[in-house]
Design a protein around this ligand. Structure first.
Ligand code: 5GP
Ligand code: ZN
Length: 123
């Protein structure tokens, strides 16, 4: 638990954020400013700032992120229509929260959207 890390607080249940899924390794919740009809964040429970900070010892929960992404996509019913899983690393990518997170996006034709969701829901 990192002091003042909003995602550590969400993982610990210290905010009002509804958790979509949680196990010993990862936590899933809705992005508070959705860029698409389906926009979830999958985060490791352990505080890791970004992909810059991971090593081979993180293999287990990294695999769990991928397995959970597949499950959640199915649960949200975007597994057949299609979805995107991505992580922003550092300033050029626009990373704004420095607790590693994977965006799961779907529910619309994502190629029409600017990454920040400029095309949704506005038009
Ligand atoms: P980044 O820009 O770092 O790739 O993504 C951070 C994401 O976290 C943004 O899409 C932002 O809307 C979301 N976010 C930031 N703070 C909170 C929060 O307190 N609760 C939730 N649910 N999402 C947050
Ligand atoms: Zn954290």
């Amino acid at each position: 638990m990192e002091n003042n890390c909003i995602f550590c607080k969400i993982v610990a249940g210290q905010t009002g954020t509804e958790l979509v899924y949680q196990d010993e390794q990862v936590t899933v919740f809705h992005d508070r400013e959705p860029a698409a009809p389906v926009h979830l964040l999958i985060v490791p429970n352990r505080h890791v700032t970004s992909l810059n900070e991971i090593s081979a010892t993180d293999r287990d929960w990294l695999v769990q992120v991928m397995l959970v992404a597949g499950q959640i996509a199915r649960q949200m019913n975007v597994h057949e229509s299609g979805f995107r899983l991505l992580t922003n690393t550092g300033a050029d990518a626009g990373q704004s929260v420095y607790h590693l997170h994977f965006h799961l996006l779907g529910g619309t034709q994502l190629n029409r959207l600017g990454w920040r969701g400029g095309g949704w829901p506005g038009n």
